[in-house]
Design a protein around this ligand. Structure first.
Ligand code: PMP
Length: 361
């Protein structure tokens, strides 16, 4: 952790400032000569990259005089992590929170939200974003009905990409620039490529803007799940179009305003299976307890580094390739994909317990 050794005023001071960690064993096993680096966001106070935007959106709304402690009710449609960040900020600051969240999102996220004091409303996963039943539609209805209700709106709020342009991106650059190049650990001294998944797209857009100010040639790879429509060119999205996927937090059926698709050099589509294989690799080889979308980002990174476009960087010692790892596996421990992973690695007593849980799904 890169937090200063001083007393912090609140948990909001422990948002962000996450470590950049070498993924040396994974790089070696895949024959990569470049530095493969993970930006590990579960170290943040609420456990994800989305704490940063929650804090930024609340603080900006406060400055604009839009929030009144004890009165305002913050309503937000989210896949959970923005909600957790908001609920954490609002627990500290004294605002009420209502989170609307599709059914597919984990029990752990709902439980955390409730413990932080938020109200949670589940919505059908398959509802189109612009239908009244979707998490967005329900939030909009609530905002109209509830006195002092306000949606900060991560899909449109400039403070979403700005939070990453001002914090996530600069932290990556600072870590790379301030780590000296040595014979055993060579470094170009620059960020040469960044790979990140997209949900609202705030992370990839904001990091791209920050990193390009430091290195105009930096390659940004966006990862979008099969079944989503965020990738460009559009023809990429026809493979697996309309399929449901298990990984949480990435992909949408509309292009959010905050996602600037052209900031991304190359888009890749990801599948559930390869994502979970990559999660297992991050845990087993690097000791990183990451969630499903981190696996999507890593599997995308490995595929890109083995492609024609990525091969030169992959083969060059000292090139710095950063993979954004958005949250932790503790968000997903009741999910079949995690339990099945645990089952493969389990002694019989745990097998019995997990079988019971999976059997009662
Ligand atoms: N992974 C997870 C687990 C997330 O919760 C999110 C946020 N929806 C993302 C990735 C994508 O981040 P962004 O919204 O900034 O694109």
């Amino acid at each position: 952790m890169t937090h200063p050794t001083r007393i912090l005023d609140t948990a909001l001071d422990a948002v962000g400032n996450t470590p950049l960690i070498r993924l040396d064993k994974i790089a070696r096993d895949h024959g990569l000569k470049c530095n493969l680096l993970g930006k590990v966001e579960y170290f943040s106070a609420g456990g994800s990259v989305k704490d940063r935007i929650a804090k930024a959106m609340v603080e900006a709304a406060e400055k604009e005089g839009k929030l009144v402690p004890g009165k305002s009710v913050i309503i937000e449609p989210t896949s959970g992590n923005t909600g957790i960040g908001l609920a954490l900020a609002c627990a500290i600051k004294g605002y009420s929170v209502i989170i609307t969240m599709p059914n597919k999102m984990s029990l752990e996220k709902e439980a955390l939200l409730r413990v932080l004091g938020a109200e949670v409303i589940r919505t059908p996963t398959e509802a189109a974003w612009d239908s009244p039943e979707s998490h967005i539609g329900v939030a909009q209805k609530l905002e109209k009905e509830i006195p002092h209700g306000i949606i900060l709106d991560q899909y449109r709020n400039v403070n979403n990409p700005l939070a990453h342009e001002w914090t996530t991106g600069p932290e990556i650059i600072e870590a790379v620039v301030s780590t000296p190049s040595t014979t055993s650990k060579p470094s170009s001294g620059r960020v040469d490529a960044v790979i990140a998944g997209a949900g609202t797209g705030g992370t990839v857009t904001g990091i791209a803007r920050a990193v390009r100010k430091h290195n105009v040639d930096c390659i940004i790879v966006g990862v979008d799940p099969k079944g989503s429509i965020l990738a460009v060119p559009e023809s990429l999205n026809t493979d697996g179009s309309g399929t449901q996927y298990v990984v949480e937090g990435i992909g949408y059926d509309f292009v959010p305003d905050v996602l600037k698709q052209t900031e991304v050099t190359t888009w890749l589509k990801s599948g559930d299976e390869e994502s979970f294989v990559a999660v297992q690799e991050l845990m087993r080889k690097e000791g990183l307890l990451v969630g499903g979308s981190s696996g999507s980002a890593l599997s995308g990174a490995l595929r890109w580094l083995k492609s024609e476009e990525g091969a030169r960087i992959a083969a060059t010692p000292g090139k710095n390739v950063v993979v954004l790892l958005p949250d932790g596996v503790r968000n997903y421990m009741s999910k079949p994909w995690f339990l099945e992973m645990a089952l493969e690695n389990s002694a019989s007593s745990l097998k019995h317990t997990i079988d019971q849980v999976l059997g009662s799904k």
